[in-house]
Design a protein around this ligand. Structure first.
Ligand SMILES: NC(=O)c1ccc[n+]([C@@H]2O[C@H](COP(=O)([O-])OP(=O)(O)OC[C@H]3O[C@@H](n4cnc5c(N)ncnc54)[C@H](O)[C@@H]3O)[C@@H](O)[C@H]2O)c1
Length: 352
C-alpha cells in the first residue's frame, strides 16, 4: 500500500489541532472525508484542511468512502460506539483518550479488534516522547531491578475551565475550533487528566492494575478536581497516583513520575524540566533532557503513527492494551471514590 486513506470522526478542537494536520503533513496519508454530528463544524475543518467530503453520520461515511483507518476524536462517551462500527468495517483506529469510559467497553473493543485483525492506537501523546520510551526501555532492561513503588503527580489547570468556561477566549489561538467549554464540566480531572498520567505510568512499567482505592474531592466545582489513588499493580508494585486540576492557567503543569526498584530509581519530569534521570544503587546512572520544545508534547505523532501502522511502516507505539490499563485505573477510581471501598479490577468486569 502506498497511501493510507484515513477518515476522521469528531472534528472539534483536538482533531483540528492535532490529528488532521498530522495526517495532512504525512507524506503517505490522505484524508478523504470528515464526519461530525455537527456538519457545520466538519465543513469548517474540511475547508481549512482541503478535505473533499463531509458527513454527519459515521455509518454513511463508512458506506461511501473507501478508508483504511479512522481517527475517533469525538466526545468521550461516543468513543466506544463509533470505534465498534469502524472495527466492524475492518479499519485500523486511532481513538482519543480515554479509549473508553468503562473497562468493560475497552475489553470488548480490544477483543473485536483482535478478531478483525485491526490495530487500536490510542492518543496518549506522552508515549511518543523520547523520555517515556527511554524510561520504558530502561525498566524492561532491568535498570532499576524489580519495581516496588510507582509515584505519579499530574497537576494542571483543567478545572479553571470549569470555573471560567470562556477563560481561553483570546488567550490561546486555534486553527479551526477551540475546546468545547461544556466538556470541562462534563468530565472531571480523572477522565480528562489522570487518564494521561495513569497511562504513562502503566506504559513505562509495562504493567496494569490489580486493585485501586481512591479519594476524590470536587473543590468548588461539579466534577472531581482533586484525585488521590492507591494502586496495586499485577506485578506486585504499589503505586500512588495523584492529580489536581486547580492550578492557574499560566502555571506550567506538573507531570512527574518516580519509580523505585530493588536496584535503583528513576524520575521523569515530563512538563517542567523535561528530564529523565536514572539513579542506580551501584552508582551508575544517566540523564536525558528533551531540548527540542516541539517534541515535549508531540501532538501530531499519534495520527502519524496510525498512518504508519496502516502502511506497515511502524509498530503501534501506543496500543489499546496499554490504554486499557489506564481505563481500568480511572474506572476503578471513580467507583472506589463513590463507594469508599477498594475496587479490584475483576470487579469491573463482573461475570463478563
Ligand atoms: N490527547 C490530548 O492531549 C487531548 C487533548 C484534547 C482532547 N482530547 C480528547 O479528544 C476528544 C475530543 O475532544 P475535543 O476537545 O476535541 O472535543 P470537542 O467537543 O471540541 O470535539 C468533539 C466533536 O465530536 C463531535 N461528536 C460527538 N459525538 C459524535 C458522534 N457520535 N458522531 C460524530 N461526531 C460526534 C462533536 O460534535 C464535536 O464537534 C476527547 O475524547 C478528548 O478527551 C485529547
Amino acid at each position: 500500500m502506498d497511501t493510507a486513506r484515513i477518515g476522521v470522526v469528531g472534528t472539534g478542537w483536538w482533531a483540528t489541532e492535532a490529528h488532521i494536520p498530522g495526517l495532512v503533513e504525512h507524506p503517505q496519508a490522505e484524508v478523504p472525508a470528515l464526519c461530525d454530528l455537527d456538519a457545520e463544524r466538519a465543513t469548517r475543518a474540511a475547508e481549512h484542511y482541503g478535505v473533499d467530503a463531509v458527513y454527519d453520520d459515521l455509518d454513511r461515511m463508512l458506506a461511501r468512502e473507501s478508508l483504511d483507518g479512522l481517527v475517533v476524536a469525538s466526545s468521550n462517551a461516543s468513543h466506544y460506539e463509533l470505534a465498534r462500527r469502524a472495527i466492524d468495517a475492518g479499519l485500523h483506529l486511532l481513538i482519543e483518550k480515554p479509549m473508553t469510559e468503562t473497562a468493560l467497553e475497552g475489553r470488548v473493543l480490544l477483543a473485536a479488534a483482535e478478531r478483525a485483525g485491526t490495530e487500536i492506537v490510542v492518543g496518549h501523546t506522552f508515549h511518543y516522547t523520547r523520555l517515556a520510551r527511554r524510561a520504558r526501555e530502561l525498566i524492561t532492561d532491568g535498570a532499576i531491578g524489580g519495581i516496588e513503588l510507582v509515584h505519579s503527580l499530574f497537576a494542571s489547570s483543567a478545572i479553571q475551565q470549569v470555573r471560567h468556561p470562556d477563560a481561553l477566549e483570546g488567550v490561546w489561538s486555534f486553527p479551526v475550533h477551540g475546546p468545547t467549554p461544556q466538556n470541562f464540566s462534563a468530565y472531571g480531572q480523572g477522565q480528562n487528566q489522570l487518564t494521561h498520567s495513569a497511562a504513562l505510568a502503566a506504559f513505562v512499567i509495562d504493567d496494569g492494575p490489580e486493585s485501586v482505592h481512591a479519594f476524590m474531592d470536587n473543590a468548588d466545582v461539579s466534577v472531581d478536581a482533586v484525585d488521590a489513588l492507591s494502586v496495586r499493580f499485577t506485578g506486585g508494585a504499589l503505586g500512588t497516583l495523584a492529580s489536581v486540576g486547580t492550578k492557574p492557567g499560566d502555571d506550567t503543569p506538573h507531570n512527574e513520575l518516580r519509580i523505585f526498584g530493588s536496584d535503583g530509581w528513576m524520575e521523569i519530569d515530563m512538563e517542567r524540566a523535561t528530564l529523565l534521570t536514572l539513579h542506580r544503587y551501584d552508582g551508575d546512572g544517566e540523564q536525558m533532557r528533551e531540548e527540542d520544545v516541539s517534541l515535549h508534547y508531540p501532538l501530531r505523532a499519534p495520527a502519524q503513527n496510525l498512518a504508519d501502522v496502516v502502511l506497515g511502516r511502524a509498530p503501534n507505539l501506543s496500543p489499546g492494551s496499554i490504554a486499557q490499563w489506564s481505563v481500568e485505573i480511572v474506572d476503578a477510581a471513580y467507583r472506589s471514590a463513590a463507594s469508599g471501598a477498594l475496587v479490584t479490577i475483576a470487579d469491573l468486569y463482573g461475570d463478563a
